[in-house]
Design a protein around this ligand. Sequence first.
Ligand SMILES: Nc1nc2c(ncn2[C@@H]2O[C@H](COP(=O)(O)OP(=O)(O)O)[C@@H](O)[C@H]2O)c(=O)[nH]1
Ligand SMILES: [Mg+2]
Length: 456
Amino acid sequence: MTDETDTIAAVATPLGEGGISIVRIAGPRSLEIADMIFQGRRVPSKMPAGTFAHGFARSIRDGSIIDEVVLLVYRAPHSYTRDDVVEMQGHGGAACTRRLLEEVLKAGARVARPGEFTLRAFLNGRIDLTQAEAVADLVKAQSEKAAAIAVEQIRGHLGQAANNLYERLACIAADIEAMLDFDEGELPLSVAKGVAESLHLIYQEVTQLAETWNIGRALRDGVRITIAGRPNAGKSTLMNRLLGRDRSIVTELPGTTRDTIEENIIVAGIQARLVDTAGLRTTDCKIEREGIRRAWEQIKCADIVLYVIDSSQGLHQEDVNSLNVIGSDRVLVVLSKIDIGRNVSESDLSKFRCFPCCLITGAGLQELRNHLANVLSLKASVETQFVVSQRHKVLLDEACSFIKKATDLLKTGEEQALVLCACDLRGALEKIGQITGRDVSKDVLDQIFSRFCVGK
Ligand SMILES: Nc1nc2c(ncn2[C@@H]2O[C@H](COP(=O)(O)OP(=O)(O)O)[C@@H](O)[C@H]2O)c(=O)[nH]1
Ligand SMILES: [Mg+2]
């Protein structure tokens, strides 16, 4: 997949107008290449680690000046990738940055693939796989919370948790393998009980970690908030109100919103995906029916449903049916149009948290906003350690079922149990090891690093 002995280069900043742009070079020939391009009072290959110099970048063919640069030298192993690394900071403009990179390539570097600098940091043992994955998450983070979780993971907290579980599990596995060697598979019941208890404890911890994924994923990728309700209830008006601008078409005609409309908002530092949907009703219109099918899809995958009821019209049987299907734990009921009439009694909706409001003036909406912010930040602070990646979640689940099988086997006390148990524990270890990248295939690495941007 990668030749770690060659020297790679890429533009590390977005291409376009800006204050500064950076060309990064990593690999054994970095300093030699920098010598060929850099013109200043200092020679890069003679500069000590962690120093910088001011000068000019020039064309290696005709010596013409490309840009005024500041050059930074990092020496192996004290660099991002653990190779020799040189960074050239030039003026932020697309044309001169591209030319600078071209010169670096002419001088012998190869264009870095997406995420290749970070891949090298992983392959060279500076960071584990969870930290590498968090780098991509941090770069892509859209909200403060998503960024904060990524930073925690870069600091190695998830990796440490996984390593801790791995080591404890490895001890138990080693004990069992030792018993297999010496006791010909016979395990005294008292010992079996102790081992099963230790395994159960680990099982609980792995399960707890896996369970943080639901909210962890939502915090990273955005909490999904779906607005639903019957036609004309005020769903699109609510969407526009929450966004603070007109995004959804609002009319007095029922059935205006036929497809789902999505927009991002930030609530309490957490990114949310707000989805406006078609009104729920029975209809013969094919297009509307498709819209309603999509609305239900959005309701099913929502973390929170804002169910809008036109309170001037009174509670409709269809509202009751829909609310029963959705269930009360994810639903906040918005009682709209209280300026026209209040014909819905909150006692009919006692299972649900209700927010009476006028969507035209915005009266009552602040309570809804506050409540949303509370719900979201509460979810975000319940745990300090979040699993945000589906890859980690799947591996933790698989490890869990191996550990459970091993524990159940121990309890049977059967002759073959120890052998099978040892086998399951090896399976669990392999899965947990894959989280930090102890044992990971080229395909998995390709998949992970393809998410990165070039230059990272
Ligand atoms: N008086 C009043 N009218 C509202 C309120 N909310 C929405 N409307 C009006 O109700 C109609 C339907 O609104 P819309 O947002 O398109 O409903 P949707 O079909 O649920 O998306 C529009 O004419 C809105 O201006 C409200 O709180 N009070
Ligand atoms: Mg609408």
